[in-house]
Design a protein around this ligand. Sequence first.
Ligand code: 5AD
Ligand code: SF4
Length: 449
Amino acid sequence: MTRSRKPADPKTFHIKSFGCQMNVYDGERMAEMLGARGLTAAADGADADLVVLNTCHIREKAAEKVYSDIGRLRREDGTSPLIAVAGCVAQAEGAEIARRAPSVDIVVGPQAYHRLPALIEQAGRGAVALDTDMPAASKFDALPARARAARPSAFLTVQEGCDKFCTYCVVPYTRGAEVSRPWGAVMDEARALVDGGAREITLLGQNVNAWAGEDEAGRAQGLDGLIRALDRLPGLARIRYTTSHPNDMSEGLIAAHGDVEKLMPFLHLPVQSGSDRILRAMNRDHDAAGYRRLLDRVRAVRPDIALSGDFIVGFPGESDADFEATMALVRAVGYAQAYSFKYSARPGTPAAAMADAVPADVMDERLQRLQAQINADQLAFNEASVGRRTTILLERAGRHPGQLVGKSPWLQSVHVTAAGARIGDMVAVDIVSAGPNSLAGALVERIAA
Ligand code: 5AD
Ligand code: SF4
């Protein structure tokens, strides 16, 4: 029996997160919770008593990856760690996971992971320990307070779920309806992160710009109100947010890009397609021209803003003309970076039942053309930075001795040789060269906190 050879009382754990930044955030919260219960983090899954696979269900390739990963957890001596599948595959497939992969002990959804300790106790008593509830009470209330930030740039989930129901997307089913965390909880967590050493906070949500709440005085606020309050938080140097929907881009949020000093000049605003016909079939509820007008308004208040987006090629029924409309939109916008994906039919979504699938070779060809355009625009954006003096937040060590890597305000990676500077420092640099994926900077000076 596999189960009898599993650790009954795990002392060490390893969490592997796939997919979006929200999973990274959830992985950190799980790690902090297990740490608070006396478990220690193991460097990798090979020698951990408990392995948590924090999964992504957005495309088929991501969802299938979990099964090959589970297979790889079997050790040469025939033993296996306790295996927990968390995240969106857990939510979508539930107990089915354990039928397909009997070595799985725990299945826990993204709204239930605060109950992981109880599931660990339950594991190994026969059936898989399963919790894919979406309880009304927020998991955040049950989690321990934030531990000291491990990184100078921290994530903070302020909103989860999605009510938009784009026809290709599993998120409304795996993450549930749109929920905003309360103002006070967000501000408390932001303060804890800054006290723990974070200099930059990225506010996360599947539809982060749909965040809505009330401030301490009971006034209705949107994401821009939250950003303005964070702008006043001493010790915090930078604010970012992701991911946004064009239809929730409020007047106030656009204005914030013009006058909130700590709000970084970067906007990830997915449009998915440049064809109005396809946008309608996707249930996006906006057209390409409206999207471009929106970007013009943002650029009017913040001309240097770096724009980013997501694109899907090969949505059912996408014709050559539809795809050319996407190419035209991409060329017109000039993205600083963008993500593009081949359409992947997801079980249970309306698009999965649509006719006129695009053949695989056509999808491949379209993706290649789109990515070539995006890469060229990204390189052009980076090259335009050369000669500029800017500030970077140092986030990690580089490959060469004395080299550190940080982010520019426009979210570009910048390599700099800076003896004496440390991770977490803000430094002024002159950008001296640019490649497709990163810049090189020459150190000017360290900027005092
Ligand atoms: N197929 C391909 N890409 C998808 N995305 C979401 N669902 C699918 C799907 N079924 C992409 C969208 C979204 C990003 C997170 O993933 O572009 O913005
Ligand atoms: Fe998915 Fe659309 Fe919601 Fe984004 S806005 S999470 S693509 S349903």
